[in-house]
Design a protein around this ligand. Structure first.
Ligand SMILES: *Cc1c(COP(=O)(O)O)cnc(C)c1O
Length: 456
């Protein structure tokens, strides 16, 4: 086998032609979404007022393992894909570990993260359906930026409800979204009923993703020819992100790389789900053994400390109910939380795989995460997003364990993006003013108290 280059780039004609739908392989499926009014499983018609038709079909598809990527979306992908699979030779050397470390780098586009993979697909389907407007939420801003890029490309009007603290902390993110023609509304806002209600209950609030989702959904329902699109959590978003896993799988086959451990940060679970999907299929089929690891912040620990329960996707309790690991739709991470990944729930697919023992989860405090981020920046050159740095931290820990045991494991992780817009957080880490906060059990109880009472 040829020596592994520092960067493995696939050829343009090796760009995947299909997304991978791991549900077709799972022995036990995630629970279907429930209509909160009737308690019955959601039908396509229940979802139609809010979501695009083709996306609903993908959302509910549990049988087709491979779903074709339309040629138009592949053409969009070619602007920035295939993305490199990098052998972290320099990091390995700095850690003095026998482990081989690889990362799949998704930050090579202006939005700075993997989110463009789903934005490109979702806006294409909206356009195909003849829609003219879209609404969404954004937390740290990567999703809003990715969607604004795709909307500019397809000529669709976009309103982005941006979590208020982020909008204030990241004025440049806002400017990028506006450059691509997106309108940014800090959330909670007085432009929606949901926003006004949340502001009345909680006047000083810096907002949350759950709250921004409520506002974006309400506006989609009230605007003609408009739908709501979401950047994570949902099955179809995870599906689009499998372009990451499909490319990684091809590259690994081509160079004879056999990962023992695959690691990803988990906010709503889309990048991790997308990265592991084809590998998980092999694992479920008993073709190979891999240790899959989800990494989350200790301050927003949905997998490691959440409940597996039906919950709303948003604070306004307007979405269908999803069975997932959740901290409760009313959960708000503490204000000092800087590293993203602040969503209360988790992809129903990943939740189910985790619940059934196919993967494990770990959590880290943010100062540890930024320490790993700085080590990575100094050795590998790329300035990582704080979200991605959760995966770096876990990969470093695994590599250090290999150093103790002398095992030369192959560790692969997802480097989801770059951190240029997160310099306020980096600065507080470098100044020594960054603090860690791990919620107490009582703190978490407040979130669990917001879980719906229905269970099915
Ligand atoms: C949004 C985001 C994440 C987390 O989202 P997932 O849906 O869990 O993948 C991770 N890294 C970056 C850079 C992001 O922008």
């Amino acid at each position: 086998m040829a020596e592994i280059p520092y960067k493995i780039f696939l050829e343009e004609n090796e760009l995947p032609k299909t997304w991978h739908n791991v549900r077709a392989v799972m022995k036990d499926l995630p629970e279907p979404f429930r209509n909160p009014a009737t308690g019955k499983p959601c039908t396509a018609d229940d979802l139609r007022p809010v979501f695009c038709d083709d996306l609903i079909e993908q959302e509910l598809n549990t049988t087709d393992e491979y779903i074709e990527i339309p040629e138009e979306i592949r053409a969009f992908y070619k602007m920035y894909r295939p993305s490199p699979l990098v052998r972290a030779y320099n990091l390995e050397k700095a850690l003095d570990t026998p482990a081989k470390i690889y990362y799949k780098f998704e930050g090579n586009n202006t939005s700075g993260s993997h989110k463009l993979n789903s934005a490109a697909a979702q806006v294409y389907y909206a356009k195909k359906q003849g829609l003219t407007h879209l609404t969404t939420e954004t937390g740290a801003g990567q999703w809003g930026t990715a969607l604004a890029m795709a909307c500019a490309f397809y000529g669709i009007d976009l309103k982005v409800y941006m979590v208020k603290v982020s909008a204030e902390q990241k004025p440049h993110r806002k400017a990028v979204i506006r450059t691509y023609g997106g309108e940014v509304i800090p959330s909670p806002s007085d432009t929606t009923e949901a926003g006004r209600r949340i502001l009345a209950e909680n006047p000083g609030t810096g907002g949350s993703l759950g709250c921004a989702i409520s506002e974006a959904m309400e506006t989609a329902l009230k605007t003609e020819n408009c739908r709501y699109v979401l950047g994570s959590v949902l099955n179809h978003v995870l599906l689009h992100q499998t372009v990451i896993g499909e490319e990684t799988y091809t590259a690994c086959e081509k160079y004879g790389i056999e990962p023992d451990i695959i690691i990803g940060c988990a906010g709503g679970g889309s990048n991790l789900g997308g990265l592991i999907s084809p590998f998980m299929a092999d694992y479920i089929r008993g073709k190979r053994k891999i240790d899959f690891v989800a990494v989350e912040p200790a301050s927003c620990p949905s997998l490691t400390r959440g409940r597996y329960a039906f919950d709303f996707g948003d604070t306004g309790k307007t979405t269908p109910l999803m069975k997932m690991y959740t901290l409760g739709n009313g959960f708000m991470p503490s204000p000092n939380h800087a590293g993203g990944l602040r969503y209360h729930g988790m992809s129903p697919i990943l939740s189910k795989l985790y619940h059934d023992g196919y993967m494990r989860a770990v959590s880290y405090e943010q100062t540890k995460v930024f320490e790993a981020a700085v080590t990575f920046a100094k050795t590998e050159g790329t300035l990582p997003a704080p979200e991605s740095s959760h995966a770096i931290k876990a990969a470093v820990d695994e590599a250090m364990r290999c150093k103790e045991t002398g095992e030369a494991k192959t560790i692969l992780f997802g480097l989801t993006g770059t951190g240029y817009f997160d310099m306020t957080s980096y600065q507080s880490y470098l100044d020594g003013t960054m603090t860690d906060y791990i919620p107490t059990d009582e703190d978490l109880e407040k979130g669990f108290a917001t879980l719906p009472k229905q269970d099915f």
